[in-house]
Design a protein around this ligand. Structure first.
Ligand code: GLA
Length: 390
């Protein structure tokens, strides 16, 4: 979708002759470090070139009018600065409303409303964080339209707050961080305990990152997600009876192994094992990448999937089938699910000159078992949320 045509759409839909401003926030993939963020561990995500465009003009009254080209059937959703609380019938528009409310509550002055048109090219339900993308697109839009100066990490935290308290999904900080802080051609190693982070150049020589969409929507994902969180919290509580720790992310593998017997429930112990081992793998992954040891990096990626499949149990037949098919392809460095799991996308590190063959073979194997096609996209790692200067 051309930006010029989004501007035209904005002018038509809002019967406006003004020149709007254009903002963009990406989606994200996570290379490794899954279900570690809310356990106080490391994650290693990157922002991608798919994302959400927000085309907006400031108004002089208090009206807020929101339109999404992805939900055209909802038409223009209208509210005002005095009415920003959650409203079920506003559906997708609760994300931008929540973000605006969070920014105002954080002490920033917004005295007039705006008209905004959104368009997202992140595949819906694919687990590439379309919701965090709308939140951050709205965050930069508000920051720029009202000449505010919002610390970017604060904006990221506000996005997470919206998700947790306004929308009611108990997610960690990874998605908003990756999207708010993303950098072209880099992944971010983030310590979710301290929010210390390092950018790592993604130089994969002759390999590309292929995103494989199972086209299985992440239904049920939220309840299962919250269940995993509680299982980890229970495991932590048990460990705290003998260890002075605040999160599973503080544990080395050795300390975990020496103390895991105090975790009462077998399932909770498996969940905690994943969190601790995945955290170690994530730190190692950066080291291997820096050492240009791509084979070793790929092995860690594979192990991550195996752990998510057997210990954390968040994969499912679709993700397992597509990852297995990717592993079966010669030359593939590694493959794993990415994001929350239970459907959505996986990633694979594929030799550049084998991309077509990879897609054909993986799709054939996938369709054979699952009965419908997967979709493949080449991941391009782009910048975080920003205004697009016209
Ligand atoms: C979702 C959440 C993130 C993170 C991942 C799993 O994407 O929004 O906070 O927990 O799942 O790693």
């Amino acid at each position: 979708m051309e930006i010029a045509s989004l501007i035209k759409d904005f002018q038509t839909i809002f019967s406006s002759t003004e020149e709007p401003r254009v903002f963009f926030a990406p989606g994200r993939i996570n290379l490794i470090g899954e279900h570690t963020d809310y356990n106080g561990g490391y994650v290693f995500p990157a922002s991608i070139s798919f994302g959400t465009y927000a085309v907006a003009v400031k108004r002089s009254d208090k009206k807020i009018r929101l339109y999404s080209k992805n939900f055209e059937e909802s038409g223009i959703i209208e509210t005002s600065l005095d009415n920003l609380s959650y409203n079920k019938t506003h559906d997708w528009a609760n994300y931008p409303k929540g973000m605006l409310q969070a920014i105002i509550k954080d002490g920033h002055e917004v005295t007039s409303g705006f008209d905004v048109l959104y368009y997202g090219n992140i595949p819906n339900g694919a687990g590439l964080s379309s919701s965090a993308s709308i939140e951050l697109a709205t965050g930069v839009l508000i920051e720029h339209l009202y000449d505010l100066s919002i610390n970017r990490i604060r904006m990221v935290q506000l996005g997470q707050k919206v998700e947790n308290h306004y929308i009611g999904v108990n997610s960690g900080i990874m998605d908003q961080f990756a999207i708010g802080m993303g950098k072209k051609d880099h992944a971010i190693l983030l310590d979710c305990n301290t929010l210390d982070y390092t950018y790592a150049p993604i130089a994969l020589e002759n390999y590309v990152i292929m995103i494989m969409n199972t086209n299985k929507r992440r239904e049920l994902a939220d309840s299962k997600y919250n269940e995993r969180r509680s299982e980890c919290e229970r495991a932590l509580k048990d460990l705290q009876t003998i260890l002075e720790i605040n999160s599973l992310g503080e544990l080395s593998i050795e300390t975990f192994e020496a103390n895991k017997h105090v975790i009462v429930n077998d399932t909770d112990r498996k969940r905690a094992k994943h969190a601790v081992y995945e955290n170690e793998r994530t730190k190692k992954a950066l080291e291997q990448l820096e050492a240009q040891n791509l084979q070793a990096f790929g092995k860690l990626v594979d192990q991550s999937h195996i752990s998510l499949q057997h210990d954390y149990e968040v994969t499912g037949i679709e993700l397992d089938t597509i990852v297995q098919a990717a592993w079966d392809e010669p030359g593939v460095l590694g493959a794993r699910m990415t994001g929350a799991g239970f459907g959505g996308c996986a990633i694979a590190l594929v030799p550049k000159d084998q991309v077509d063959q990879f897609k054909t073979n993986v799709n054939a194997q996938y369709k054979d078992v699952i009965g419908y096609d997967a979709t493949f996209y080449m991941a391009t790692i782009g910048d975080g949320a920003k205004e697009i200067k016209l």
